[in-house]
Design a protein around this ligand. Structure first.
Ligand code: ARG
Length: 587
């Protein structure tokens, strides 16, 4: 479906051309003086230079061509040459009527759908999800849903950290604790047990303990390095332990991501890149890209245009060990073989930007990805606690994501109990849904690349630019619609032309839906969807405040109101689904 603003552009273009001016000047924008008009066109100012006449002359000539235009309720030229436009209610009603019947409220499905891999989440096995994992999960999930909305073929991959030193640390610590396990008996030839020799809570305790030990005990660290190497070389008993670690960890991760309403299509990890590393080395050698530097094998990725230092990308350390970049390049070989994607988007901490600059350059130089493949680094900023410092628990430790989710849902719970007389059980259920919205909206409403302050009180407030406020608005509309249906039959699914004021303003915001959403998707910008639904919620609440909806005596008018707010509800619901949360029935 065409964008509302483009329909206005089309009318303006015809008028510019009819008046003898180039159509390139005919561009409408949303008015920045809503007290004066709804849309405006500033093209006469630019055209004046080309045509060497006063802008007001051009503006006057253009509006003369539009004086009988039915789409505009008012069009006027004002000094020095602005064209101010108000839309006619009938024209607006036609548009929103079409929108309400259209698939995805008039968003246009991609003409050439893309195959897109989204690399997000990035959890490390055997370590519990902590607050640092909130952003990649929440932002990545939203971007995945957004691309999918426009008909792209999107594959979400969690890309686990499952292959590094942490594995050797766990194996070594396990050997200290349980030396009698068959995995540590070199003469053992039988099958390895199916059951893991630890639970998730043990595993989560083993890792930090081993990590701390390795910092003090260099002999222990050496053994852990050796164990890592043996694992990577395929030593069967360690492989068996590794499989247990993955299985126990992934089960737990699925549960925790599930609580965030985050799901992945692929549960691949760094380990899956390992088989592609020999091939990677071959490709780099064939292209003469690899050279030795201080004992390591590296690829130079600097270019003339660089304004800051871009160090060489290290592919192999002197002991032959692979590095983070090696694993990401191996993964790209695998992704090319499996999907040959048009785009790979990495939702990763912005502090890793240099790493991805290096990886992308090597991938392009060595044709590891197709020329068509766009590699996008969507780096996010840090989530800080109040006071602008990185988020910590009271005793200074790293806060588990579960604890954070618990805190926000408790905050919402007490608000619900304060306000209403619902049962404790219902309040608990509702606060989980609303708490998740508070958390996700609090995050997504900030531009991803910026740092932000996580503020439980502010995020869980039912007023202001928050998730709960958006949900509250949806719940309010649902309740009006339910009441309507209790006493009335639906007589029409159309809206009749709107009265000026908050009714028309609400319709105006709705008419922009496809424009805003498509744009937010193309810019990978969930925060633009947040800004839009905040505006939409405000517009609805103003309308609700000004209007007796169900008490309206004119049945046609009442039906039209109901259809308008149904459309608002649908738009809000589509948007929160894109953001990755949902609304409760009541709150
Ligand atoms: N596991 C990594 C970390 O904790 C994030 C992984 C990001 N994705 C990637 N392809 N490197 O920093």
């Amino acid at each position: 479906m065409k964008k509302f603003i483009n329909l206005i552009d089309e009318k303006l273009k015809q008028a510019f051309v009819a008046a003898g001016y180039d159509e390139k000047f005919a561009k409408a924008t949303i008015s920045n003086r809503p007290d004066l008009c709804e849309y405006q066109c500033n093209g006469a100012m630019a055209a004046a230079k080309q045509y060497k006449t006063a802008p007001i002359n051009i503006a006057n000539a253009v509006i003369e061509e539009l004086k009988d235009e039915k789409a505009f309720e008012k069009i006027e030229a004002v000094m020095p040459g602005f064209i101010n436009i108000n839309i006619s209610s009938a024209f607006l009603a036609d548009y929103v009527n079409e929108e309400s019947q259209a698939e995805k409220l008039g968003c246009n499905i991609e003409e050439n759908p893309k195959k897109i891999v989204i690399d997000y989440g990035g959890a490390n096995v055997a370590k519990p999800l902590h607050v640092g994992h909130l952003r990649p999960a929440v932002i990545g999930e939203s971007i995945k849903r957004m691309f999918r909305y426009l008909g792209n073929d999107v594959i979400g991959d969690v890309h686990l950290g499952d292959w590094g030193l942490q594995m050797g640390l766990i194996i070594t610590e396990l050997q200290e604790r349980k030396p009698d396990l068959v995995y540590f008996d070199e003469n053992y030839t039988g099958e390895y047990p199916k059951e893991a020799p630890f639970t998730i809570s043990e595993l989560e305790e083993i890792y930090p303990c081993a990590s701390a030990k390795s910092k003090e005990d260099s002999e222990f660290k050496e053994r852990a390095h050796l164990a890592t190497l043996k694992l990577q070389q395929g030593y069967a008993p360690y492989r068996a332990i590794w499989n247990h670690i993955i299985q126990v960890s992934v089960t737990d991760l699925k549960k925790n991501y599930g609580n965030l309403n985050v799901t992945f299509d692929l549960w691949k990890g760094e380990s899956d890149a390992d088989p592609y590393i020999p091939q990677l080395i071959d490709i780099l050698n064939e292209k003469h890209l690899l050279h030795e530097s201080q004992g390591a094998m590296v690829v130079d990725v600097r270019t003339e245009e660089d304004t800051k230092e871009v160090p060489p990308c290290i592919i192999q350390k002197s002991d032959g060990a692979a590095l983070y970049a090696t694993s990401d390049l191996g993964t790209l070989i695998q992704r090319k073989q499996d999907y040959d994607p048009d785009m790979v988007v990495y939702v990763v901490d912005k502090r890793q930007e240099m790493h991805f600059t290096q990886v992308f350059r090597v991938a392009k130089m060595a044709d590891i990805v197709s020329p068509k493949t766009e590699l996008i680094f969507n780096g996010f900023g840090t989530m800080n606690g109040k006071g602008g410092k990185p988020f910590k628990t009271r005793d200074g430790g790293v806060m588990r994501l579960e604890t954070l989710i618990g805190e926000i849902s408790d905050a919402v719970y007490s608000k619900i109990m304060e306000n209403r007389s619902v049962s404790e059980g219902e309040a608990r259920e509702t606060s989980k849904i609303v708490g998740l919205a508070a958390l996700k909206y609090g995050d997504l409403s900030n531009q991803a690349s910026k740092d932000y302050i996580f503020d439980v009180d502010r995020f869980s407030s039912f007023e202001g630019n928050t998730g709960p406020y958006i949900l509250y608005t949806i719940v309010r509309i649902k309740s009006i619609l339910n009441k309507f249906l209790e006493s009335s039959e639906i007589t029409s699914d159309k809206m009749i032309p709107f009265a000026s004021g908050s009714e028309k303003e609400l319709a105006m915001v709705l008419a922009r839906y496809n424009d805003v959403i498509e744009n937010a998707i193309h810019e990978l910008a969930p925060h633009k969807i947040c800004a839009y639904i905040y505006e939409l919620s405000n517009a609805f609440n103003k309308f609700y405040h000004d209007t007796k909806i169900l008490a309206c005596e004119d049945a046609d008018k009442k039906q039209s109101y109901v259809n308008l707010i149904s459309l608002a509800k649908k738009a809000l619901e589509e948007c929160i689904d894109l953001l990755g949360f949902e609304a409760p029935e009541r709150m």
